[in-house]
Ligand binder design. Structure first.
Ligand SMILES: NC(=O)c1ccc[n+]([C@@H]2O[C@H](COP(=O)([O-])OP(=O)(O)OC[C@H]3O[C@@H](n4cnc5c(N)ncnc54)[C@H](OP(=O)(O)O)[C@@H]3O)[C@@H](O)[C@H]2O)c1
Length: 282
């Protein structure tokens, strides 16, 4: 079984590069599939308060019998819980459901610019980290301007920004900005939610050349870019085969061919952070 490499954070900690995402996984199902993912070799689980499955993830972590420090767990504060008091209460609820004493990584799920609460929420995360309840703090769906605002107003930069990133929407500007600030890029919907990229002729040709699946090629491409990747699947064979992407090495030319599939805004599948402030975080 392969072991995921780790990516270093600017706070001295690190994260397993290939993790397992559980958006749209029912709470009762999460308890089973997270155990399967841990058995397949994943040591990093990505959930959120907004996924309504932290309790299921917590049951799986308890059932798997793996040392706490060997599994990296991420959760996120949802839009409706932004602001200092609500964030602190939301975090307590997250930790109770997960059954953990300390969280590896806590993210602000969306910048929700219309709320104007991102900086206050960020200060609450800084406070929780100082108390030792969170090991690392980061953000999700933040734009360059949102990251700059955190830096200007608090002097503390997130260790990581979890953003929509797949071949058709591969975020060249944010990746470059992150690199300039030593912020790790984490790709959500790395498989394009199982959509067009998995049947794209360029990806199919590369998959055929390696005797791999197109999902494995897309995950291996993401890993080759240095991104943290969190594919989701509730299908046992896919949970395992996605993890085996760690063994697939693409050539520089293949990586460039996939990166060139970028379609700009047309390739976006999820919500746009410019306007997204719903209570239902993806
Ligand atoms: N921060 C955010 O705002 C945000 C937003 C979206 C997602 N996320 C995170 O990112 C994770 C992944 O993103 P995602 O769930 O949107 O989408 P994804 O991982 O890109 O794709 C998941 C879809 O692809 C299918 N799939 C998985 N492996 C496959 C394979 N080997 N071959 C063919 N199809 C395959 C899955 O089907 P089955 O499950 O039926 O196998 C599912 O329909 C989420 O679970 C969540 O943790 C974060």
């Amino acid at each position: 079984m392969p072991v995921s490499p780790s990516v270093s954070f600017h706070d001295g900690r690190s994260i397993p590069q290939l993790g397992y995402g559980v958006w749209q996984v029912e709470n009762a199902v999460a308890a089973d599939v997270v155990v399967q993912a841990l058995e397949a070799g994943y040591r990093h689980v990505d959930t959120a308060r907004g996924y309504n499955n932290e309790a299921g993830v917590g049951r799986a972590l308890a059932a798997a019998g793996i040392d706490r420090d060997e599994v990296f767990v991420t959760s996120k504060v949802p839009n409706q819980d932004q602001g200092r008091e609500k964030t602190l209460a939301s975090f307590d609820a997250t930790m109770e459901d997960l059954g953990l004493e300390e969280l590896d990584l806590y993210l602000i799920h969306w910048p929700a610019p219309s709320k104007g609460l991102a900086v206050e929420t960020w200060k609450a995360l800084v406070e929780l980290k100082e108390q030792g309840r969170i090991r690392s703090i980061g953000v999700s769906n933040f734009r360059v301007e949102d990251l700059e605002k955190l830096e200007t107003e608090t002097g503390v930069l997130p260790v990581l920004n979890q953003i929509e990133l797949h071949p058709y929407f591969n975020q060249p500007e944010l990746r470059e900005f992150h690199a300039s600030k030593n912020i790790v890029t984490e790709s959500w919907s790395p498989l394009g939610q199982g959509g067009g990229e998995l049947t794209d002729p360029v990806v199919q040709a590369i998959a055929a050349a390696h005797g791999a699946s197109t999902a494995q090629v897309v995950i291996a491409w993401n890993l080759a870019l240095g991104n943290v990747v969190i594919p989701k699947s509730v299908t046992p064979e896919r949970i395992a085969s996605n993890f085996a992407s760690l063994e697939l090495e693409l050539t520089a030319d293949e990586i460039a061919q996939i990166t060139a599939l970028h379609k700009g805004e047309e390739g976006r599948q999820g919500a746009n952070p410019d306007s997204f402030a719903n209570h239902q975080g993806a």
